[in-house]
Design a protein around this ligand. Structure first.
Ligand code: CAA
Length: 417
């Protein structure tokens, strides 16, 4: 019998401050409806230099271990997916390993491919366990990022930050992965990038949306073909994508998930053997079905709308939001997940939600993670954005969290937890 492998539990860490997206719109002289209805945002996480990608990753990982009573002696691999690296050589994984005082007998590395780096790390962990190479050990995969485009840029309302830690094991209480069905699609494009030495990403915003949708279509079709061969979906009165209970997407901003869902449906409508809508216009309308979006996507976006983009962690924030909202109702149901990283690579995969998902999510205590945050003014947000990256404010870390304390001779020192 095939091994069951997947995500056993997760934990989320977010910066302790956020700005209300309508405040930001007003300060920029923009109609707030553009940011709320147009982009789907409500709030945006704001970090200070003390809350860097290392401290957020270590906080999420420490929280996971504490909340879920993880046996750290069984962890054989620690992967950090990020595009907010802090060093050209020393991986964030080694910082997390040290800060959490984890056992030495484990493989540690970072995985980078824009927002896809976390999924690349997750698949390395899943396939390591599924192959038997893990020999019964578990893996810790941490997705951590700070999305930063800069003040008064078009990307400004799509910033954010945070980390999601995932425990991967043969006890997939949250999501048992359909190993071997993943569809992938890559192409060499400049849609979003961050040259070495730059703090802010460069982005060709509208082109990046086109690249996302194009790569996603390739990845989805690859998954669908394999899922059909295995009899998991079929051409039927329901589209193949409708045979998944929910579909979670990479969420650079919430409206993107709506566009992505219409694209998945369009793939099905274009490829259907049964003639569907008679004209391309009717097909586009059917692809944009509000009912399908409400049923399959909308409930996954509760956390993303309040945190903003978290690059590698965005899809896993959507997973957290979905299981937080409907973990019990989705037990034993198959869901689809789409990861996208600029540059670019997309991967579509699926899995079955576990019976203990609701219990595991209750321990993750996501309501209090968000409730502890402080709303700041746009002036304060701008002050924090203008702080130099290497001079963290002298703030004591909250219990259970880490902060960058100082950088001495290019060595980063952390305090907390
Ligand atoms: N009321 C309601 N809606 C309004 C409105 C108003 N007053 N004014 C505008 N809108 C709507 C627009 O119609 C548009 O909706 P549709 O896309 O459905 O047509 C939406 O608000 C946004 O308006 P614009 O396209 O005019 O906005 P913009 O040009 O200022 O920038 C953006 C939007 C391109 C997403 C920009 O914020 C950006 O560059 N963001 C960063 C890049 C990004 O997130 N790319 C996503 C794909 S790449 C990826 O996924 C990797 C990653 O994480 C970065």
């Amino acid at each position: 019998m095939k091994k069951r492998v997947g995500i056993e539990a997760l934990a989320v860490a977010v910066p302790r401050r956020y700005v209300d997206i309508e405040d930001l719109a007003r300060a920029r002289g923009v109609d707030p409806a553009k940011f709320t209805a147009g982009l789907g945002a409500k709030e945006m996480a704001v970090n200070d230099p003390g809350e860097d990608s290392v401290s957020l990753a270590a906080t999420a990982a420490a929280r996971l271990i504490q909340q879920q009573s993880v046996d750290t002696s069984k962890i054989g691999m620690l992967v950090v997916g990020t595009e907010t690296g802090v060093d050209h050589s020393k991986p964030i994984a080694s910082h997390v390993h040290g800060l959490l005082k984890l056992p030495r007998s484990m493989r540690t590395f970072d995985s980078q491919h824009a927002c896809y780096g976390g999924t690349a790390g997750l698949m390395a962990a899943v396939e390591w366990i599924a192959s038997g190479a893990g020999a019964g050990r578990t893996a810790l995969v941490v997705c951590t990022d700070i999305a930063r485009y800069g003040l008064k840029t078009a990307g400004e309302p799509t910033q954010g930050g945070g980390a999601v830690a995932l425990l991967v094991s043969e006890t997939p209480d949250l999501l048992a992965m359909d190993v071997g069905l993943n569809g992938v699609c890559t192409s060499d494009v400049y849609d979003f990038w961050r040259p070495v030495g730059r703090r802010e990403a460069l982005v060709d915003g509208h082109y990046s949306i086109t690249c996302y949708l194009d790569a996603m279509a390739g990845a989805y079709r690859g998954w669908r073909q394999r899922a059909m061969e295995q009899g998991l979906v079929r051409w039927d009165s329901k589209l193949p994508s409708e045979q998944l209970s929910r579909i979670l997407y990479h969420v650079p901003f919430c409206k993107m998930a709506r566009k992505a869902h219409a694209q998945v449906r369009l793939c099905d409508l274009e490829d259907a053997t049964d003639p569907g809508p008679a004209t391309p216009e009717a097909r586009d309308e059917a692809a944009k079905s509000q009912a399908s979006y409400d049923a399959q996507v909308a409930k996954s976006l509760g956390l993303n709308a309040r945190v903003g983009n978290v690059y590698t962690a965005s899809l896993y924030l959507a997973l957290a939001g979905q299981l937080h909202a409907e973990g019990a109702a989705l037990a034993n149901q198959r869901i689809g997940l789409l990861s996208y990283g600029s540059g670019c690579c997309a991967e579509f995969y699926s899995g079955v939600v576990g019976e203990k998902a609701a219990e595991r999510m209750a321990r993750a205590d996501l309501d209090s993670v968000l409730a502890k945050r402080e709303r700041v003014s746009v002036e304060e947000y701008e002050r924090l954005m203008n702080l130099p990256y290497d001079a963290p404010e002298a703030i004591a870390p909250e219990p259970g969290t880490f902060r960058l304390a100082e950088i001495v001779e290019h060595r980063r020192k952390y305090a907390g937890a």
